[in-house]
Design a protein around this ligand. Structure first.
Ligand SMILES: [Zn+2]
Length: 611
């Protein structure tokens, strides 16, 4: 009983700790104040003024549009035929918000600190909108689905930015959040931002905005992404959504005079065949990049274009400095520039991105140093914790509270891990963050696999203990399975905790991005399975122990035994008690004939104390 309670407490603490780390892991990736935000934007010198190639740029982000699917869209095909037909790569982690930020600042997720769709703050990096405003231009924005302006808020008084913990809290609908939102000393970074999640809203707003005079207009359509998440990137529904989007774009954009406007059409990421993104799959990384209209070279192509190159390119088309934290470059090979201007732009981009890359590299270097120190500290804690656990376990085993039968262990322990990691490896698309078809949290998906594995684990535990008829022996065997299983589940968590301490200035690779929360969630689920198994054993143990019929039976048998012992004592043939008690742990159905009480739960010690 003591061993079971100790295991339950240890498992419970481990489960809470691991579950919390697992569910908060994605938040731990977010860096609300990345290193780049602490340096001034590196802007172009004001003289000589750069050439302006376009009167207006309309930047269209078709959320989640794969490159191959974009080739089946008739309006896009017309634009490609008269303009530039090329492609770009989304950047890791290939989630939406990180790449919206990438497109509008030129800073990839790695350096912007926006790593998932759960980013709680607002981006304090220099943006395309900031540069347009500085050049005396206006920026308009329309989305049918995402309140993207929330990502780009600016303090009204730069010296006193308001303390807002999570700008997404407004969606929770609490009175406090709504009140805070109304009075927050923040303003949006777009001059005219329209978020229109109602029928007909997008088209209305886009047409009205395009009829106005904003020099930079950003349109964001989410339909394709919604279909990708619901049906997968290789589905008829996904292609139908692309077709619908194509028709809406034709309706909204075909009135534009391409003699005075440049269209730039791209996507934030693609989709896997079964739906989902976030990882490094080719179909997720590869997105279309189409340019048409003023200031471009029809038929040109770009090689190695990244989403971080979009905002420098748009800035150059409109004749102002690229965002000053951008790591990208203007795609000058696509622009109608003379050699002198092209050379100057390349030099300016190289200088700026080298400065910014150095800032990022220095931050990474500092974080690696800090990580080494944390690792050393945590390694010490880990070794001490392991030694203590093993000592307690050895003591409990000596006292008979834990039994390690290899047959039971072989059945009871691996079941969970086998089921859990098989599900993750097959359904989970080989350990990629793109495993989520639905827009959700990695941990939520992992918990589903964990629940299935826990059910199998409990069943396997029952099977493993089916021959243990004697209740104390059963409980000790269950304790043994729980101990070994918990140790196995905890080992990778302890290693992850030791080797990969936050904050994550560098983003772990796609495998680790799944594996880190996966091992944490596995401990939580395994501990729940252990708790259920042990709880049932404890209840059975107690209910048998206090059952009056069992107690009466036990007393009768104890009495009979006492008589036998008394007879033996009279004849001077009293057996040694210690050797008999020790012998009980060894056989498969031990002690059954010696005291005759094993099947109904009375232990020999119970019998002797009763007598
Ligand atoms: Zn997206």
């Amino acid at each position: 009983m003591v061993a079971a309670v100790l295991l339950l407490v240890a498992g419970g603490v481990a489960a809470v700790f691991a579950a919390r780390s697992g569910s908060e892991f994605m938040y731990d990736l977010e860096q609300t104040h990345p290193a780049l935000s602490r340096v001034a934007p590196a802007l172009d010198p004001t003289t000589p003024p750069p050439p302006r190639l376009s009167q207006r740029v309309v930047l269209v982000i078709v959320d989640g549009l794969r490159y191959d699917t974009s080739r089946e869209m008739p309006y896009l095909a017309e634009l490609r035929a008269g303009g530039i037909d090329t492609e770009a790569r989304s950047q890791y982690p290939t989630y939406s918000k990180p790449n919206y930020v990438n497109i509008l600042t030129g800073v990839p997720p790695m350096a912007s600190g926006v790593r998932t769709n759960r980013f709680p703050g607002y981006v304090v990096l220099d943006t395309l909108m900031d540069r347009a405003r500085a050049a005396g231009m206006r920026t308009g924005f329309v989305s049918d689905n995402d309140p993207m302006p929330r990502l780009f808020l600016r303090p009204r008084e730069p010296e006193r930015p308001p303390e807002i913990e999570d700008v997404n809290a407004i969606e929770e609908g609490t009175t406090e959040a709504a009140g805070e939102a109304l009075t927050a000393e923040l303003r949006g970074d777009f001059d005219d931002a329209r978020y229109t999640p109602w029928p007909g809203g997008f088209r209305d707003a886009a047409e009205e905005l395009l009829a106005g005079g904003d020099q930079l207009v950003i349109l964001h359509i989410a339909l394709v992404d919604v279909a990708g998440h619901a049906y997968g990137g290789d589905s008829d529904e996904y292609r139908a959504a692309a077709d619908t989007t194509d028709r809406v774009l034709r309706t909204v954009l075909s009135k534009l005079d391409l003699g005075h406007t440049t269209l730039v059409i791209t996507a934030d990421h693609g989709h896997t065949n079964r739906g989902g993104h976030g990882g490094l799959e080719p179909e997720v990384l590869r997105v279309p990049l189409i340019l048409a209209g003023q200031g471009i070279v029809p038929g040109a192509t770009a090689s190695g274009a990244l989403l971080q190159d979009i905002s420098p390119t748009v800035a150059r088309l409109l004749g102002f400095s690229p965002p000053g934290h951008a790591l990208g470059r203007a795609l000058v090979e696509l622009m109608a520039l003379d050699d002198e201007a092209r050379g100057r732009f390349v030099a300016l981009d190289t200088t700026r991105s080298a400065r910014n890359a150095a800032v990022v590299a220095a931050a990474i270097h500092r974080s690696r140093q800090a990580r080494l120190e944390k690792r050393a500290l945590r390694l010490g804690v880990l070794i001490a914790g392991t030694a203590l656990t093993l000592l307690v376990a050895a003591w409990l085993r000596r006292r008979g509270g834990i039994r390690l039968y290899w047959q039971s262990l072989a059945v009871g322990v691996p079941a969970f891990f086998f089921v859990y990691y098989t599900l993750l490896g097959t359904l989970g698309q080989r350990f990629s963050p793109s495993l989520l078809p639905a827009r959700g949290h990695i941990a939520t998906e992992l918990v589903k696999y964990g629940a299935a594995a826990t059910a199998v684990q409990i069943a396997a535990g029952w099977w493993a203990m089916r021959r243990k008829l004697e209740l104390p022996d059963r409980l000790a065997t269950a304790n043994g399975i729980a101990l070994v299983g918990l140790l196995i589940a905890l080992t990778p968590v302890a290693l992850v905790w030791t080797l990969f301490p936050g904050p994550y200035v560098e983003v772990p690779g796609p495998r680790l991005l799944v594996l880190i929360p996966a091992v944490q969630v596995s401990v939580a689920c395994y501990a729940v399975g252990v708790a259920l198994t042990l709880a049932v054993e404890v209840v059975v143990f107690f209910s048998r122990a206090v059952d009056p019929r069992v107690r009466a039976l036990r007393l009768e048998k104890a009495l009979a035994r006492a008589r036998v012992l008394a007879e033996l004592a009279e004849r001077g043939e009293l057996p040694k008690r210690r050797s008999r008690r020790r012998g009980r742990g060894d056989g498969a159905a031990p002690g059954a004939s010696a005291d005759g009480a094993s099947a109904d739960g009375a232990s020999s010690s119970g019998a002797s104390s009763s007598s």
